[in-house]
Design a protein around this ligand. Structure first.
Ligand SMILES: [Fe+2]
Length: 188
């Protein structure tokens, strides 16, 4: 079976106003990544790290996230539900929680989940996670969010101190470009 992006987006859009949107989207994403090769054929073989916008509205964001080899993104939250489905490579997620009785927004590691092709992970509204591509290849994943990923105010945490700061989307996009540059330099 082939993957049709327009159908995927309209299927997600159809369920987001329903009673259990993330559960319904999880099923749609699971169906899509159950055939990772069809998904890769439709979206293209990854050649660079990027956050590719497939659909962005106030209620729904669909991204094709390509992690460069070895790339890590610092702990962050979303303030909206999310569903991640991996179709190439591997995403190692560390889940974090806020420390008890802490006034500085400090976090501590609470768990981990490694996702490979075909794996789907729903994330609750307040989940904090960091993501690493542990492989020497590109990792590719469909990310669906129940809101506007780019304008919603949220937090990120310094990976060294684990202190909370406002999320900086431009800095995070720049991390992908930096990973691409070091990849290109390594190939010269
Ligand atoms: Fe995230």
């Amino acid at each position: 079976m082939s993957f049709d992006l327009d159908t995927f987006i309209s299927d997600c859009a159809d369920v987001i106003a329903g009673p259990a949107p993330s559960k319904a989207v999880r099923e749609i994403v699971a169906r899509a990544v159950s055939e990772p090769n069809a998904l890769q054929q439709a979206l293209g073989v990854p050649t660079r790290g990027q956050i590719q916008r497939l659909h962005v509205s106030d209620e729904l964001t669909v991204l094709n996230v390509i992690w460069a080899p070895g790339m890590t993104i610092m702990p962050h939250d979303h303030h909206m539900w999310a569903v991640i489905g991996v179709y190439a490579g591997r995403e190692d997620n560390i889940f974090w929680r806020r420390c008890d009785n802490d006034s500085n927004g400090l976090i501590e590691a609470a768990g981990a989940k490694s996702l490979g092709p075909g794996d789907v992970r729903p994330l609750g509204r307040e989940i904090i996670h960091s993501v690493t591509n542990p492989t020497s290849q590109f990792t590719a994943a469909i990310h669906v969010y129940g809101g506007d990923f780019f304008t919603t105010e949220r937090s990120e945490w310094d990976p060294a101190t684990l202190h909370e700061h406002p999320y900086d989307i431009d800095k995070n996009v720049a991390l992908f470009e930096r990973a691409n540059r070091s990849l290109e330099q390594g190939q010269e």
